[in-house]
Ligand binder design. Sequence first.
Ligand SMILES: Nc1ncnc2c1ncn2[C@@H]1O[C@H](COP(=O)(O)OP(=O)(O)OP(=O)(O)O)[C@@H](O)[C@H]1O
Length: 707
Amino acid sequence: MPAMPNSGGKPSQSDHRANHFIAWRQLILQQRKSLPIASVEKRLVEEVKKNDTLIVVGETGSGKTTQLPQYLNIAGFCQDNKIIGITQPRRVAAVTVAKRVAEECNVELGQKVGYSIRFDDMTTAATRIKYMTDGLLVREALLDPHLSKYSIIIVDEAHERTVHTDVLLGLLKNVQCARSKISEINRQIGKTNDEKNFKQDQSQGFVLKPCQTSKLAPLKLIIMSASLDARCFSEYFGGAKAVHVQGRQYPVDILYTYQPEPDYLDATLIAIFQIHLEEGPGDILAFLTGQEEIESVERLVQERIQQLPQENNKVTTIPIYSSLPSDQQMNAFKPAPSGFRKVILATNIAETSVTIPGIKYVIDPGLVKARSYNPVTGMESLIIIPTSKAQALQRSGRAGREGPGKCFRLYPESEFVKMVDSTVPEIKRCNLSNVVLQLKALGVDDIIGFDFMEKPSRMAIVKSLEQLLLLGALTDDYKLSNPVGVQMARLPLDPMYSKALIVANEFKCLEEMLIVVSMLSVESIFYCPREKLEEARAARKNFSSSEGDHITLVNVYRAAADCIEKGKNSNMKEKTMEKTLNKWCRENFINYRSLRHARDIHSQIQGHVQQMGLNILSCGEDILQFRRCLTASFFLNAAIRQPDGSYRAMASGQNVQIHPSSVLFRTKTDCIIFNELIRTNQTYVRNLTRVDPLWLAELAPQYYAEG
Ligand SMILES: Nc1ncnc2c1ncn2[C@@H]1O[C@H](COP(=O)(O)OP(=O)(O)OP(=O)(O)O)[C@@H](O)[C@H]1O
């Protein structure tokens, strides 16, 4: 507790601080009380008490995510050291909401209120309200199948229907059912014991001890969103009750364009400057589809700001996308420097749950990059598609959280009317290998019979089972193999990458594969501005390997590591070293943010493989050995050159071209292994290495020998 103001005399500095603190606490209290959800606190708590599963629908910003867990905590749902868990589809939401709630509760983050996301756990034994990603809770279920620490699980933003949300919903349904049965059995045993004790008590006269009944209470589930089709969730949960929280905190004006915009990037740019020059104060949040787009718009905004007169050029741009390191993502949540307008360029990472302080204007071009999967070819790719109505609603909901806001939709209203209500669940449009592997590790053997809210196609499930079988993660009778399958399930990576690390251990080139997997896990390591194309190409030549992109990536990573090593040897401070690395990246046309992220991922996966007892050895100059290892790992992604110069992907039979960004573009090589498929007007492959076609049958006989 801060010191109270002293009586009489001039107020001291600590008095000022105390007054400031008290005013700030009062403000937070007032804000909380004014949220629409506050008026239905009692009713919500009663409904949770009465129902095992509850669906809560309420406008964006009405207070669901931040308030409901606090109400339930006060109502006693954390007794016996139980935890209220709230899942979010995205890491950034889990972190920022936990910070806010800790602030509201006036506790240190990680104590009563905490968060847990992959590779970052901010909880302690004292944590009672825990925000986390849905994927993390699925992983927790591997270790604690009954999720016994939790009294309530709230699945927030369920409308997003990410793969993890859908797997989690099925899993939670099973856990809820199992816990209800256990608690019923415990209750029965308890009753019998009570009767026995009572009889003994009467006959022998000793004191009745309270018997320990139902330690594992039934699990309460709450499914929550602003834009849920409550009916379908209710049906899935056996007619669960739905509660609607009415009202929103501040109005948001929605504005549409008269005509469709032919170039949405240009339209976004125009909208940013129009708002900046014509609207009142307030920060801007613009939604784009990916890192490359964000970076190019960021450059253009910065260029145009330079051309504005001095009184108008106080604009700062901040990018936020999922592969940006967490500390850099948090920059979006910091206030702009005094007198500056903040322009945040975001992917749909900032679409749900988050409150970004200062945002008054939202620009929504109405597009999103989404996964798309073709179960016939087994190929997954990313495509840009129109958002759903639910997404448009969420985006506009990012304004109007601290005051009235405006949302500029860069499409006509007639387009909005045509949008689908909600996005096709991701589980229906992605490769399911990871889902299947996780479910197998959770002991779910019958994947086709698993109670998904919406079943993925049988073909997609069968294809994933086949793929896992070929990767050696499953035995011939489709059980998780040991140790390979078990190890693969433990690694937080795509199964093909997990397997590559295990294979590389055998080929004694795990050091190189660890680098490759980390570099492939981030978007665009190379940075190629249009106006400096030649310079960028020349710089890339310093790292290029004639064998392909994988070794080129290893060369980049090692050159950056050398630069850091030199800094360390000359006793550079952390900050100076980062600056030096940033400069090195600029000189070499390497994307600094991506490289930093790759280095983070590298150190995290390194920890995992060390724990698994794998040996991080290097193949040194023996590049042939490494190429053979790539073949043994990514044999499902092999392509053979055709007489017309194109390539035929072996697994899918698809015709593909080498992407112009590859070091092997325009070279003639008989056979390649690739890691990425890109669909634009053509189908391209990216991140490839040349291999000997004879290695396929030798190193992947399970797939190629008989053909
Ligand atoms: N970090 C923050 N800083 C300032 N205000 C915040 C912050 N987080 C939340 N708030 C305030 O609390 C309100 C409720 O936020 P909350 O996330 O609980 O709403 P919600 O109903 O879950 O919204 P959504 O459906 O958009 O996730 C916000 O509108 C905002 O006024």
